[in-house]
Design a protein around this ligand. Sequence first.
Ligand code: AMP
Ligand code: GLY
Length: 421
Amino acid sequence: MNILVLGGGGREHALAWAILQNPKCDRLICAPGNAGIDEIAECADIDIEDGGVVADFCAENAVDFVVIGPEAPLAAGVADTLDAAGIAVFGPSAAAARLEASKSFTKEICDACGAPTAAWARFAAAGPAKDYVRAQGAPIVVKADGLAAGKGVVVAETVDAAEAAIDEMFGGAFGGAGAEVVIEEFMTGEEASFFVLCDGETVLPIGTAQDHKRIGEGDTGPNTGGMGAYSPAPVMTPEVAARALDEIVRPTVAEMARRGTPYRGVLYAGLMIRDGRPRLVEYNVRFGDPEAQVLMMRLGAQAFDLMQACAEGRLDAARVHWAEDHAMTVVMAAAGYPGAYEKGSEIRGLEGLPETSSEMVFHAGTRREGGRLVASGGRVLNVTARGASLAEARDRVYAMVDAIDWPEGYARRDIGWRALG
Ligand code: AMP
Ligand code: GLY
């Protein structure tokens, strides 16, 4: 089969790496890709948020199957266009992608199907939003309703901070995404990410993970897109996973089908778990980044069979073959990230590193300049390994991090600390 992956980050490098291991894959193209993906697949520079452009590209290149990595093309309806053109696609329709693209939509779905989540209210103007915050008190959570590249959430410790966030959002800091604001009860507990595939009807769990969102060790400092992750998440015991499926995920999927907008693709439930009881923080309609890196390392070639079964509505007969293993990924970022950082610094030492089914450096933001590999983004490399235990995976990962010669890079040294004890 000829397979096209849309996206160009570490998630897509991991997806491409797993797909290539599947014997069904004859030709792999990634758009736009990056310098790491370019070493294993063809890269194509097309506008991946324009469904017509992607469909034409598929026709010209005899693409049989498209895997959509990021949320923006999903929200833009690229899966709908491909589906209408008769091209098999892994990823939800724009209507189903609202589970990520609109926070208030997700809250309405939770209310309609009884899924436990934080109490909430929606506002279209700052005045009533501030009245609500003053009545509720802090801590409280203020969210831009729409897609804001992971930046539209403020966990406010004080009423003043919440009011400032409300002003910022209605002041246009997130453009149209902030035209409406959702205010939520602050939930406490331990967070975990739960990944399921869904073909509109059948739900198949494919793994759990925990990530570290803060830039600093001990989970301190500003939020980032994620500085590292590990799988499985110890807090997701079989009992918690069963409750999350029965109380949150299956009711959501049934409600989406009832509304005539069935969910097809990977559904990523961000959960808050306290005393064994999961509540929904948010849905994403795609794999997490960097969570996909650890999931793909654990699933390997079967990941593509599962995506294909999902797209073809055959999940009822699909099985995940689990290894009792653990995986960890450590993000190497450009110093200064998530604030201002330099691009263009040279990265050396990757040639000597192992590339095996249990050790890989996925590229998130790199490009080639002449013969040199240089950093081209904030999160730059995802150093990933697996092992029989999380400690073994951690030791392998940090041995690789230490072998990378990139003085301008930064990595947290404590990924997995909660699970490692
Ligand atoms: P989101 O983009 O919705 O995942 O929010 C980003 C992060 O903010 C989450 O991973 C949580 O750490 C935190 N967060 C979001 N909503 C809540 C909430 N209602 N209570 C506590 N923390 C939250
Ligand atoms: N790592 C969090 C996300 O992908 O949204």
